[in-house]
Design a protein around this ligand. Structure first.
Ligand code: MUC
Ligand code: MG
Length: 366
């Protein structure tokens, strides 16, 4: 099997409401659909969500990276040669979302060629996983209303609460969430680097008082000594997310003592490097969990497949609810969440079909 073409198609799908966090705000899904076609007629898909405030990529940079840097490496190659392709693609530094989407599309192709779903190829740890919902910044009552709706409507019982603003405001929101949701739900927090180290040291202790289980990216990890001070004094694990975006970066962060658990995102490390990161962390006794790069529907299907594929990831609730922000998308069948769980698709590859009318409606390159 040989790759004959690779396309990067920019899309624009409106959100129902903006999603806000300490380092930025997303107002629409300006994602890039990556489509790889082979000489035997198979078509694999991946989705790249640009997050300029986190990684510097834009839809235009993703289209250019796929077209100018990755396509010349991929056309003519065998999608099964994933290790060789990984090394070739890694010669381009950064551009993580672009490379992640290419890797997802390659696994989609391999799964289709083998007649196996991706989560089965990865290791088939589970067929479904518990879901976590990420609550964006807002007033305490807005944040509580969001959580209660996800709990009532979808049965979700784990919530990642965005924090990283004025600490009193963040603590008021967490207090309200704990009071309204009760003691049995899991709350964990993500500051997206919004605090300085002194604030974060206090925040970690106060959050633990509300039985918050983990704290993600409390401050910029580049504030090296400040970050280590937070890790040393925190009663709850400090999770690396945007500071741990490559295999080597995860290793360095763990060795240096900057993080104690790792958020793994298929949107930036695809399946191949996500699996390597999980293996590294397993060997070190470090917990991993599937995070969400404000993924669209295709990315959500991929994240669920990753979690169902690998046992360490299947253990913690998986962040796969952000697609609900989208008014629509290009898949014929949206992901579903039932009784707080998301199921892996059982069809070969990712099991997704692109709706041609929706693609024509939402693509912005014509
Ligand atoms: C997260 O976990 O930080 C917000 C920006 C981004 O790139 O990912 C999200 C969620
Ligand atoms: Mg995060």
């Amino acid at each position: 099997m040989k790759i004959t073409s690779i396309e990067a198609i920019p899309l624009a799908v409106p959100f129902r409401r903006p999603f806000t966090f300490a380092s930025g705000q997303a107002t629409a899904a300006d994602h890039v659909l990556v489509r790889i076609t082979t000489d035997d007629g198979l078509v694999g898909h991946g989705e790249a969500p640009p997050r300029p405030y986190t990684y510097g990529e834009t839809a235009s940079s993703i289209v250019a990276a796929v077209r100018d840097l990755f396509a010349p490496v991929l056309v003519g190659a065998d999608p099964f040669a994933r290790e060789r392709l990984r090394a070739d693609l890694a010669r381009t530094v950064a551009n993580n979302a672009a490379r992640g989407a290419v890797d997802v599309a390659l696994w989609d192709l391999v799964g289709q060629a083998c007649g196996q779903p991706v989560h089965v190829l990865l290791g088939h740890a589970a067929d479904d996983v518990a879901v976590a919902h990420m609550i964006g910044l807002g007033t305490p009552s807005e944040m509580v209303a969001d959580a209660l709706e996800m709990n009532d409507r979808y049965g979700v019982e784990a919530f990642k609460v965005k924090v990283g603003r004025d600490l009193a405001h963040d603590l008021a929101a967490v207090r309200e969430l704990r009071r309204e949701l009760g003691d049995s739900v899991e709350l964990y927090a993500d500051a997206n680097r919004g605090w300085d180290a002194d604030t974060a040291v206090v925040a970690a202790r106060r959050l633990a008082d509300f039985h918050v289980t983990m704290l993600e990216e409390p401050n910029p990890a580049d504030d090296v000594l400040g970050r280590r001070r937070i890790v040393r004094s925190s009663p709850i694990p400090i999770v690396g997310d945007e500071s741990t975006i490559t295999l080597g970066g995860v290793a360095r962060s763990l060795v240096d003592g900057d993080s104690q658990a790792i958020s793994v995102k298929v949107a930036r490390t695809g399946f191949t490097d996500s699996a390597k990161i999980v293996g590294l962390c397993e060997g070190l006794g470090v917990s991993t969990m599937v995070g969400n790069q404000i993924d669209g529907m295709l990315g959500t299907v991929a994240s669920t497949a990753l979690a169902c594929g690998l046992r360490s990831l299947a253990r913690h609730p998986v962040e796969v609810t952000n697609f609900l922000l989208m008014t629509d998308d290009v898949l014929t069948e949206p992901p579903s969440i039932v009784d707080g769980r998301a199921a892996a698709r059982q069809e070969p590859g990712l099991g997704v079909t692109i709706d041609p009318d929706k693609l024509a409606r939402y693509r912005v390159d014509t």
